[in-house]
Design a protein around this ligand. Structure first.
Ligand SMILES: NC(=O)c1ccc[n+]([C@@H]2O[C@H](COP(=O)([O-])OP(=O)(O)OC[C@H]3O[C@@H](n4cnc5c(N)ncnc54)[C@H](OP(=O)(O)O)[C@@H]3O)[C@@H](O)[C@H]2O)c1
Length: 263
């Protein structure tokens, strides 16, 4: 399978690196960009093919991954539409563009997969949700899922859940960064240096997330296990509850989800 990536910025390059890091042949990856000269070092480093136009790239690819900013997507899709022969798959990570939006500008692309990755993809710890239209077969979908498995975990969702995904895993990293920053501020207030506090805070969030994912234990049960009777942790939990912590986090995800619906 030839993978052509249009736009190798933050996300596009992370996806290419993850895909090759996971064992894909560099010769099976083609890339093109707005300013090809900026992509030359990456192409040389990874051994992938650099093409000068999106049309040429589409002609040579089985899967065309669109990774440009939403404002540039329409122009690129119009340009590549004539090169979209049957069998090729259009994969879009462009936020807010539905499969219907994509098909309206690029009607020759019968097979469409819409994807919502998140920024931890840059350190290969991303969470990616994918949905597909009815023309995409099971094997084709599995092959595209594999691309994103190189940058973290993947989940298939129906398209009507993409706004919820955007609110949770798409926007979620910003909420978690806020939490890490607050934990580390508190550490400084309690007498730690900034560097100490930041490492303690970030590793605590990382380790706790791994406990949830790797033990399969519900977070409420894990929290209960940390709260000894009359201990220090339950004092902190009481303060979080008094500040409506859980409800506030839920409202943040709902607000981001609503915004995504109205983009
Ligand atoms: N970052 C995220 O958290 C995130 C999460 C989910 C989805 N997304 C989606 O991912 C997409 C890319 O985001 P990003 O953060 O990776 O943006 P980015 O770093 O700005 O990358 C976009 C790339 O597209 C290139 N480009 C622009 N016009 C082009 C054209 N006509 N042909 C070929 N390449 C072109 C740009 O090249 P130049 O810089 O040379 O102009 C740039 O390298 C966006 O649609 C965004 O909605 C991002």
């Amino acid at each position: 399978m030839k993978l052509g990536v249009i736009g190798a910025g933050n996300m596009g390059s992370a996806i290419i690196r993850g895909y090759i890091g996971n064992g894909a042949e560099p010769q099976s990856v083609i890339v093109c960009g707005h300013h090809p000269e900026r992509l030359e070092p990456m192409a040389a480093e990874l051994g992938i093919t650099l093409m000068s136009s999106a049309v040429e790239l589409t002609e040579a690819s089985d899967v065309v991954l669109l990774a440009v900013k939403p404002k540039d997507a329409g122009k690129v899709l119009e340009e590549i539409n004539p090169a979209f022969t049957p069998g090729k798959i259009l994969v879009s990570i462009v936020a807010g563009k539905t499969m219907e939006d994509l098909a309206a500008v690029c009607p020759a692309a019968e097979k469409i997969i819409r994807v919502m990755p998140n920024t931890p993809a840059l350190v290969r710890s991303g969470m990616t949700a994918l949905c597909r239209n009815d023309s995409v077969g099971e094997e084709e979908f599995e092959a595209v899922k594999e691309i994103f498995e190189g940058i973290g975990r993947v989940q298939e969702v129906p398209e009507n859940q993409m706004d919820a995904v955007t609110g949770l895993s798409g926007s979620g990293p910003a909420f978690v960064y806020l939490f890490i920053d607050a934990l580390s501020d508190a550490g400084v207030l309690c007498g730690l240096t900034r560097a100490q506090a930041l490492e303690l805070a970030a590793q605590t969030v990382y380790g706790s997330a791994r406990m949830v994912l790797e033990t399969g234990t519900h977070p409420a049960a894990l929290r209960d296990a940390v709260c000894s009777p009359g201990g220090t942790t339950i004092e902190g939990v009481r303060e979080l509850e008094a500040g409506a912590f859980r409800s506030t986090v839920m409202e943040a995800v709902i607000a981001a989800c609503e915004k995504s619906k109205n983009l």
